[in-house]
Design a protein around this ligand. Sequence first.
Ligand SMILES: [Zn+2]
Length: 141
Amino acid sequence: MTTQRVPRPQPRFPEPDTEPFWKATKDHKLTYQKCNDCNTVVFYPRRHCTKCGSANLAWHTSKGLGAVYTFSVVVQNRNPSFRDLGAYAVGYVDLDEGFRIMTNVVGVKNPSTDVKCGMRVKVKWEDQPGGEISLPLFEPA
Ligand SMILES: [Zn+2]
C-alpha cells in the first residue's frame, strides 16, 4: 500500500526574524546568529542579542554536528502529517557551535532504545514539498 504523506506544518512568509534561517535551509545550511558585541550565540533567530540586547548580530553556518541533550519518543500521533511515521523521537540537540535546536532524531531502528542522551548526531536534511525549505533532522554521526 502506498500512502501520500501530508506535509508537516510549514513556516509562513514573510517572517522577518526567521526567514533568513529558513532560506538557508533550502541550500542545506544550518545557520545561527552570534552577537558582534558580546559574542553570545543566539538561537532561535531573533533581532536582538539575548544577553546584551544589541541588534548587531551576524549569521554563521553550523557544521551540523552535535549531541542529543534530551529526547522523548512519540509512540502515536494522530496528526495527518505524523500519523504514518510510527514511533519517532523528538529531542533537543546541542550543536558544537553552542546552540540548542528542537528536532527529530531519525535513522535509528527503534527510537525507544537506540537514541541516547549524549549520543553524537549529524544533521540530515528533509526537503519539504514545494522546495522552499528543508528541515534539519539529526541522525547518528
Ligand atoms: Zn550581545
